[in-house]
Design a protein around this ligand. Structure first.
Ligand SMILES: NC(=O)c1ccc[n+]([C@@H]2O[C@H](COP(=O)([O-])OP(=O)(O)OC[C@H]3O[C@@H](n4cnc5c(N)ncnc54)[C@H](O)[C@@H]3O)[C@@H](O)[C@H]2O)c1
Ligand SMILES: O=C(O)[C@H](O)COP(=O)(O)O
Length: 307
């Protein structure tokens, strides 16, 4: 059978697939719709990351496909009901990149609370900006609010508790009596209460209709003065110009943003020269270890699905 891989995948996992089936591994396919559609038409399995849009014309070309392997967790680039209607199974790499994201959240939370990370050039130049940096805050004893308490939220809670943070969470699908709260020692709260209490708010919900612009200007304004916002979930969940305004006006203490409404983020937008801001190009879930786990999990599951 034929497996078409449209974005990068760890080499041993590609080899594992190639040992059993014909494999087209071409990470440039995602940027070449004509070749992508030609290859997809012949594919029994398609393997994608977050950039390949498995919907519309591409979905229509998948005449033979039985399975779409997703080298990640978010499924907003895949028309899942459309795949199911065509008998195509969609397999995400659930949990396989969770540790990388959780570490990113704790690292950026500490960095932004302390606020000293942008002093390197001044220190190297001999400016010694110590008086301006004496008000950094510790993470220990602060409250972390997790919006979404699934695989990544739960792992992030464990790491944050390890450095002495109190953790509260809001999850639309988990009732307050759900055993996961008792097992993790995390307090369930409503979203409004979370936003009012948290020193650090971190987003871990999928991008769906109910989460689009969940953090709009009104909700950003309801955050504690000086609080930090971390978005590794999806760009459409936060109103980007409203976040930039809250940072420029000093209402928020900082933000780390890994995901954007448009990726790559078009240059010249609201975030240019924005203070107290860490921007990364959608890499919170990407590390050597996560890529190995994600790739081997999907290789294994695609092989099982092909039988
Ligand atoms: N930046 C990255 O590299 C990266 C890596 C991995 C995942 N992600 C993103 O993180 C998201 C979460 O990943 P996960 O593995 O924790 O998923 P998950 O499915 O395990 O957990 C998501 C949780 O969100 C909850 N939820 C859904 N809608 C909600 C709402 N309106 N309010 C509150 N909770 C809601 C669900 O009940 C679920 O418990 C993914 O969908 C993906 O978009 C990003
Ligand atoms: O949803 C995810 O897991 C992240 O967005 C990372 O996806 P990717 O590594 O496949 O791009």
């Amino acid at each position: 059978m034929k497996i078409v891989i449209t974005e990068f995948m760890d080499a041993p996992a590609v080899a594992q697939l190639a040992a059993r089936h014909e494999v087209v591994y071409d990470p440039t396919l995602v940027d070449d719709p004509a070749r992508l559609h030609a290859q997809a038409a012949l594919a029994d399995a398609l393997v994608v990351r977050n950039r390949t849009q498995v919907r519309g014309e591409l979905l229509a070309t998948l005449g033979r496909c039985r399975v779409v392997g997703r080298l990640g967790v978010g499924l907003d680039n895949i028309d899942v009901p459309g795949c199911e209607a065509r008998g195509i199974a969609v397999i995400p790499a659930t949990g396989a990149n969770a540790l990388s994201v959780a570490e990113y959240v704790v690292a950026t939370a500490m960095l932004l609370l302390r606020g000293a990370y942008q002093a390197s050039a001044q220190v190297a130049a001999g400016a010694w900006p110590r008086p301006a940096l004496i008000n950094g805050r510790e993470a220990g004893g602060k409250t972390l609010g997790l919006v979404g308490f699934g695989a990544i939220g739960q792992l992030t809670a464990r790491l944050a508790q390890g450095i002495g943070m109190r953790v509260i969470a809001s999850d639309a699908a988990l009732g307050a009596g759900h055993p996961v709260y008792r097992d993790t020692g995390v307090a369930p709260v409503g979203l409004d209460e979370l936003v009012a209490q948290a020193d650090v708010v971190s987003l871990h919900v999928p991008l769906v209709d109910s989460t689009r612009h969940l953090f709009d200007a009104r909700r950003l304004a309801a955050m504690k003065p000086g609080a930090v916002l971390i978005n590794t979930a999806r760009g459409g969940i936060v109103d980007e110009p409203a976040l930039a305004a809250a940072l420029r006006e000093g209402r928020l203490g900082g933000a780390a943003v890994d995901v954007f409404a448009d990726e790559p983020l078009p240059g010249g937008g609201a975030f240019v020269d924005c203070p107290r801001l860490v921007l990364t190009p959608h890499i919170a879930g990407l590390s050597v270890e996560a890529n190995e786990r994600v790739s081997s999990m999907i290789a294994q599951r695609v092989l099982e699905a092909l039988g």
